[in-house]
Design a protein around this ligand. Structure first.
Ligand SMILES: Nc1ncnc2c1ncn2[C@@H]1O[C@H](COP(=O)(O)OP(=O)(O)OP(=O)(O)O)[C@@H](O)[C@H]1O
Ligand SMILES: [Mg+2]
Length: 253
């Protein structure tokens, strides 16, 4: 097995008396898709917040590509190659789809694009933005104001923003939440093909078990801040503790 791209050790976060994340460890291998599941309040988003630098851990460590990133600020962590989406829709509604992606590109790759002269720099950023929109099947909506996109397309745009900076680790927090079954199928297929391209490593939280079992190479089940189980989709489906604590019997049938 290769070196993990992400190695989380005994991570903890307390809010007053609430132990939101209570000693969770996880190794993620390059190009793997790992699903993080668990009931509401299990600590999934808090776990993400600590990996992406939004919250400082109370204890424990996070290593990414052989570097200790524990407690580093979010902009430093995103420059190192970790990009995340939020559970709640998070786009600039007054800007076009392309401009939304351009904002992300400009913020992160000012240095990269600084070798271009101003006129060609704008073109380079625009081309890069259109390329990522194309990849998500949103190219025809490049000039559409984000505020008028359908809910599903808005969430796709968020994924485009997350992928724009070519991160090596992508954290998606409930990418299909609130989507119609058709939108959910579309996004699941899309994430699958992005994962198959070998360009990304995904960590995904998701409540829809069909999506989880379809996408994940490996699943980490959290319950009340702790690790309840970890394994392949087959192992998780068969785990009696998981079935009892979390999965409805009918959902895994
Ligand atoms: N900023 C905060 N301040 C205080 N308590 C918090 C904060 N963020 C989360 N918590 C608490 O920590 C626990 C874990 O919350 P978290 O949002 O990480 O769960 P989750 O697994 O993402 O849940 P969901 O599936 O509902 O998104 C909950 O009890 C929550 O109320
Ligand atoms: Mg959450």
């Amino acid at each position: 097995m290769s070196e993990p791209i992400l190695s989380v050790k005994d991570l903890r976060k307390s809010f007053g008396g609430v132990r939101a994340v209570d000693g969770v460890s996880l190794d993620v291998q390059p190009r793997e898709t790992v699903a993080l599941i668990g009931p509401n309040g299990a600590g999934k988003t808090t776990f993400y917040n600590m990996i992406s630098g939004r919250m400082k851990p109370t204890a424990g460590s996070v290593r990414f590509q052989d570097q200790d990133i524990t407690g580093l600020p979010p902009h430093t962590i995103s420059r190192l190659g970790i990009s995340r989406s939020f559970q709640i829709n998070n786009v600039f509604t007054e800007l076009s789809a392309r401009q939304n992606v351009e904002v992300a590109l400009t913020a992160l790759h000012r240095k990269h694009f600084s070798m271009f002269r101003p006129a060609s720099r704008n073109r380079a950023i625009q081309e890069e933005a259109d390329a990522v929109l194309e990849r998500l099947g949103l190219r025809h909506l490049s000039d559409t104001r984000a505020g008028v996109l359908s809910y599903g397309d808005k969430r796709l745009l968020e994924i485009a923003i997350v992928l724009a900076t070519r991160p090596s680790l992508v954290l998606l927090d409930e990418p299909t939440a609130g989507m119609t079954p058709e939108e959910t199928r579309h996004v699941t297929q899309l994430i699958k093909s992005l994962a198959a391209s070998g360009d990304y490593t995904f960590l995904i939280t998701e409540h829809d078990m069909h999506v989880v079992f379809d996408l994940a190479d490996r699943i980490l089940v959290m319950h009340r801040g702790r690790r309840l189980a970890e394994g392949t989709p087959e192992e998780i489906k068969a785990d009696p503790e998981v079935r009892q604590a979390y999965l409805g019997e009918e959902e895994v049938a």
